[in-house]
Design a protein. Structure first.
Lengths: 287, 259
């Protein structure tokens, strides 16, 4: 009975939407990012989208040629695509390096962030103690640590993976924690009334309830991870897309430079679409 | 009621809460006995400890004093004999109806009793809605699903915590008829909390009236309206008199305190 009381915090049961901590807007609420990615449906919409794209890209091409803008200032879209195709074999390994850093660092950071969020939200006192440090990790650009990490660990994967984990982990944690704090006492009581254990309540009520915010955290965390991976590569070392950016710009090979940026943009968009899709699947009930 | 076995005993139940602003006395030496198969309503003003009482019966809360017995055994935690129906249906929005209803079986690691669930769904008019998500259903349908969920595990006691409070008047009337029919068919022991006096009079064999906090038992009314009751009952003079009498018994309290 004592454990029952602790679980329910023994407050007077209240229901409804009032006082739901998840409703309060705080720094960790990035849900705006997860909103509408409208799915294209009709042929007319497709046509309009294509038309605008052609206008922008074609217009850019035209203007750059018309005013004879030098390639070292701004290459034309056709030059960029040409460089992407021609130099892709040279760039491809670097894409692989960046993805390895991103995926490894994100997997480590996200796992730690999720688990920590799940644990600390069960102990409000512990949460209060570590909250300032998490905030510090979230707000400090982890890029700033990269020179130090390189000093200690050399120019390999290690400092970059650590930087990615440090950048993405706190993002995942702070958003997941917001999700785990959305305690609906009535739903926990429901499970408890059928005899659910604390673990069952965690698995069947708390985790699904937190899922929408966890996915927002994963999305924001992975995009921060990408930024940090590229930034860390620009700081030092000899491989990765960030390194290629500094390399090509130092040689004033701007078409190749922009080809790398195009690849980074595509990685970023893929991340967004992936988590949008995951959100639809696992957290669509909230939309 | 004397001819029926006592199912549920609440003996001098008291409950205090420690809150940041001090000690709240929610329930004060509340006692009642409910016979097996009886339909009992508990009414009282908001915050009178009705929900506290119900949650204690369900084993979700400990008491500060007194005890609760089910079939003579003290309640010291959730009990398979007892199922609860909550305010606002309380379905899990990430599960479809079928998986919501199977939740109790999942928790108890039992295979779901499909025949029973399908029968209940049919009984409440929700056949074929198993794949729907709660947000796709009206409030009344959600609450019917939550009644199916509670009955699916075949409890002997059904605790209902203002289940129809959030529904519109017509749906509420419909639900009252449905719950009476189900009760007549299954003969479950039902403890039903409401703050609607007409609802209580329509449903109950006996009505327990509670005072404002701390919740004390002030009066018990026997409702001798014949069963089955239909919507017609609510227009009969005897029904109206009962409602008025109960209303007076509640309203007298604050007046007496003010005097």
């Amino acid at each position: 009975m004592a454990s029952v009381d602790r679980e329910l915090k023994d407050t007077i049961p209240t229901f409804g939407k009032g006082g739901d901590p998840a409703q309060t807007v705080d720094i960790s609420n990035w849900s705006g990012l997860a909103s509408e990615l409208s799915l294209v449906k009709t042929g007319a919409e497709w046509a309009a989208i294509l038309l605008v794209a052609v206008l922008i890209i074609g217009g850019g091409e035209l203007l750059l040629r018309l005013y004879e803008v030098p390639t070292y200032i701004m290459p034309t879209p056709s030059q960029i695509v040409g460089a992407l195709i021609k130099d892709f074999p040279a760039i491809a390994p670097h894409v692989g390096h960046t993805l390895v850093e991103l995926l490894t660092g994100f997997a480590i950071g996200a796992t730690i962030g999720f688990v920590l969020a799940a644990i600390i939200t069960q102990f409000p006192f512990a949460e209060k103690i570590i909250a300032p440090y998490v905030l510090l990790l979230v707000t400090t650009p982890m890029l700033a640590l990269v020179p130090l990490l390189i000093l200690k660990l050399g120019f390999g994967y290690a400092p970059r993976i650590i930087a990615v984990a440090l950048a993405s982990g706190p993002m995942v944690m702070i958003n997941s924690a917001t999700g785990f704090r959305r305690v609906d006492l009535a739903k926990i009581a429901l499970a408890r009334s059928f005899g659910a254990s604390t673990l069952q309540i965690f698995l069947k009520i708390r985790i699904p309830m937190a899922m929408p915010m966890v996915i927002v955290g994963l999305m924001v965390g992975s995009i921060f991870g990408l930024l940090t991976a590229v930034g860390a590569e620009m700081v030092g070392g000899s491989f990765g897309l960030g390194n290629r950016l500094t390399y090509y710009s130092s040689l004033i090979q701007m078409p190749q430079f922009f080809a790398c940026i195009l690849i980074l943009a595509m990685i970023g968009i893929s991340i967004y679409v992936l988590f949008y899709w995951l959100g639809k699947r696992w957290a669509g009930w909230e939309a | 009621m004397a001819d029926r076995a006592v199912k549920l005993v609440i003996d001098q139940a008291s409950k205090y809460y420690e809150t940041r602003t001090g000690r709240v006395h929610a329930l004060d030496r509340f006692s009642m006995e409910v016979a097996s198969g009886e339909f009992v309503c508990v009414i009282g003003p908001s915050g009178c400890g009705k929900s506290t009482l119900l949650w204690s019966m369900a084993g979700l809360h400990g008491l500060s004093g007194g005890r609760i017995l089910v079939d003579g055994r003290p309640v010291d935690g959730p009990n398979a004999q007892i199922a609860m129906v909550f305010q606002e249906a309380n379905l899990l929005p990430w599960r479809d109806l079928q998986r919501n209803i199977e939740l109790p079986f999942e928790i108890r690691r039992q295979p779901p009793d499909r025949a029973r669930i399908d029968g209940l769904l049919e009984r409440v008019g929700l056949s074929g809605f198993g794949a729907k998500y709660p947000r796709e259903l009206s409030g009344g349908m959600q609450q019917r699903a939550s009644i199916v969920r509670a009955l699916s595990v075949n409890p002997s006691i059904l605790l209902m915590d203002e289940p129809f409070g959030a529904l519109d008047a017509f749906t509420r009337e419909e639900m009252n008829l449905l719950i009476e029919e189900i009760w007549l068919e299954t003969k479950k022991t039902i403890v039903f909390i409401t703050h609607s006096i007409p609802e209580a009079v329509f449903l109950a064999d006996r009505i327990f009236v509670m005072s404002a906090r701390p919740g004390r038992l002030t009066r018990v009314f026997d409702i001798d309206l014949p069963r089955p009751r239909d919507v017609e009952v609510t227009t009969r003079p005897h029904f109206v008199e009962l409602v008025a009498e109960i209303k007076r018994s509640i309203e007298h309290k604050p007046a007496a305190r003010a005097a």
